[in-house]
Design a protein around this ligand. Structure first.
Ligand SMILES: Nc1ncnc2c1ncn2[C@@H]1O[C@H](COP(=O)(O)OP(=O)(O)OP(=O)(O)O)[C@@H](O)[C@H]1O
Ligand SMILES: [Mg+2]
Length: 265
């Protein structure tokens, strides 16, 4: 006897294998630099010769297109309304050499999409990921299921934190719920806006201790990104940092992260 699939977010084993090239960028707390990092990560991966898709998975306050200074003709709103497939909503970001699927900027309507619909979209994304070397997904803030929906199929989840205690506790909360749902998944930590690499490592160790003590897992450090005034400047001018200030400290830190990521994946 067959039973209809319940609208669950648990990934099917096949899809999980297929989504191995998807990297989700998460945080828990908002404003820690997820979107900036997801863009820069996509840019650096594309520069290394990979075919990259950047997917704006922030259903509440999508702003990948804003940081890129892009006015996309299509976005996820068109996909949810059934006017377009995910593939058709893909636009090229020529200056960065990667593709983008934009969210719906300045509108909160996508935040109310049912979970089952999000899961279907996640499955479409896994299929689309088959045409790319890497897919980078920028998630929204928070730890609720709709926020995590697109992380379900990701082969790697990068959790971004800063040195703020609230950011650390929210990153821990995100790791905890993800680990409960997907034990053994590839979770790694990024410390952003650190005053120095060493301080970033210290912050990571605080988070690591909590994970080891309470969750019995040891998510590795994907890397530290230093606080850098050029980041704010690039965002304010809506020009990606890899174009505006490619040699600045924060850009170099992301390049180092990508180098390690590519080596260990
Ligand atoms: N390495 C950095 N150095 C200095 N400032 C940074 C750095 N990374 C991010 N920022 C600052 O943090 C702000 C928030 O970045 P961003 O919008 O990417 O965060 P977010 O986590 O995506 O936020 P949200 O949760 O609202 O989506 C940026 O406007 C930028 O000024
Ligand atoms: Mg964001």
């Amino acid at each position: 006897m067959t039973t209809p699939d319940a609208p669950t977010l648990a990934p099917r084993p096949l899809l999980r294998t297929k989504g191995r090239n998807i990297i989700a960028v998460a945080s828990g707390k908002g404003g820690v630099g997820k979107t900036w990092f997801a863009i820069t990560l996509s840019h650096v991966l594309a520069r290394s010769g990979q075919k990259v898709l950047l997917f704006d998975g922030d259903l509440g306050l999508a702003n990948v297109d804003i940081q890129l200074g892009l006015m996309p003709k299509a976005d996820l709103g068109s996909v949810f309304s059934g006017r377009m497939t995910l593939n058709q909503a893909t636009v090229g970001f020529g200056a960065g050499g990667f593709d983008v699927i934009a969210g719906r900027s300045g509108s909160g309507t996508l935040a109310n999409i049912p979970l089952s619909r999000l899961q279907m979209l996640g499955e479409d994304l896994v299929m689309l990921a088959g045409s790319y070397d890497r897919v980078v997904v920028d998630l929204g803030a928070g730890v609720e299921k709709p926020v995590r929906a697109f992380a379900q199929s990701a082969g790697t989840i990068l959790v971004v934190t800063t040195d703020e205690p609230t950011s650390l506790t929210d990153a821990y909360a995100f790791i905890k719920v993800t680990q409960l749902e997907r034990p053994g998944c590839d979770l790694r930590v990024i410390v952003n806006m650190a005053n120095s690499t060493r301080e970033g490592e210290r912050i990571y160790n605080t988070l690591l201790k909590a994970c080891e003590g309470f969750l019995k897992i040891s998510p590795p450090l994907a890397g530290v990104i230093r606080r850098d005034l050029k980041v704010r400047e690039a965002i304010r001018n809506q020009i990606p940092i890899m174009i505006r200030s490619p040699h600045t400290e924060a850009a170099a830190d992301v390049e180092a992260i990508v180098e390690r990521l590519v080596r260990t994946r």
